[in-house]
Design a protein around this ligand. Structure first.
Ligand code: XBP
Ligand code: MG
Length: 236
């Protein structure tokens, strides 16, 4: 029996928009403002993206790349540093404007017009979600549910954020399709029982997405019928 597709759940960073360069630069500007000579270049940041969440990423970096500083960077200091990174990121998004990736807005509006529910499941902080949606879509109005870093007890690849979103949607996992760009996102959605389509992003080009329904370079030419077809295959 085919299960109807009732909701699309989008990841944010890398999926709705290529935001990670702005995140990377906001981290580096914060480190420099604190006199820290930590320079997260593109290859290193690609590696660090395997750890979701800005605070968790900083703590991981200290442990693995600056082990001599571990005692000087307890969680509270990491959180303070991260609290300064968020406004820097917001300034960058406001100043340069980060667009939605090709096809995203068309697909969102088509899904909405067809009666599907829309949600976001991200590990980024709530103000960052609002900034992107305000600057690209005039607000969060298209979305029924937004689950973000503050809502989940553990970050991706833990399924917590997807479970929170399913609960708020009031739908079983089988009725939903996740759209992700990362391996940790794929694992997170899969852990919550949600079938996933991958739209590869700038930082995930070498990754292997085992278990994805489809692996695409973008959503540019993807239709709602395509998504229904992939979803149907998952339920078959
Ligand atoms: C990707 C992330 C985020 C951002 C940083 O999130 O891992 O942590 O890089 O955001 P997504 P914060 O699940 O949307 O792909 O610094 O606000 O944590
Ligand atoms: Mg992502």
């Amino acid at each position: 029996m085919t299960v109807a597709l009732r909701a699309l759940i989008f990841d944010l960073d890398g999926t709705l928009a290529e935001t990670e360069e702005a995140h990377r630069q906001a981290f580096n500007a914060t480190f420099a403002a604190h006199g820290l000579d930590w320079d997260w270049d593109v290859p290193l940041y690609g590696e660090l993206l395997r750890v979701a969440g800005g605070k968790e990423r900083i703590a991981h970096y200290v442990h693995h790349h600056r082990p001599e500083l571990v005692d000087q960077f307890p969680w509270e200091r990491v959180a303070t540093l991260h609290a300064e990174k968020t406004p820097r990121y917001l300034e960058m998004v406001a100043a340069r404007g980060v667009p939605l990736r090709p096809g995203v807005e068309r697909l969102l509006r088509a899904a909405r017009a067809d009666g599907l529910k829309l949600a976001i499941a991200t590990t980024t902080s709530r103000p960052n979600v609002a900034a992107l949606l305000d600057s690209t879509l005039g607000g969060a109005g298209l979305f029924d549910v937004i689950g973000c870093g503050e809502d989940a007890e553990a970050k991706k690849p833990d399924p917590a954020v997807y479970r929170v979103v399913l609960e708020r949607l009031g739908l079983p996992a089988a009725d939903c399709l996740a759209i992700e760009d990362s391996v940790i996102g794929l694992r997170s959605a899969g852990g919550a029982g949600i079938a996933t389509v991958i739209t590869r992003s700038a930082y995930g080009l070498d990754d292997v997405y085992d278990g994805a329904l489809a692996v695409l370079d973008s959503l540019e030419s993807v239709t709602l019928d395509d998504l229904r077809g992939w979803h149907g295959r998952a339920g078959a």
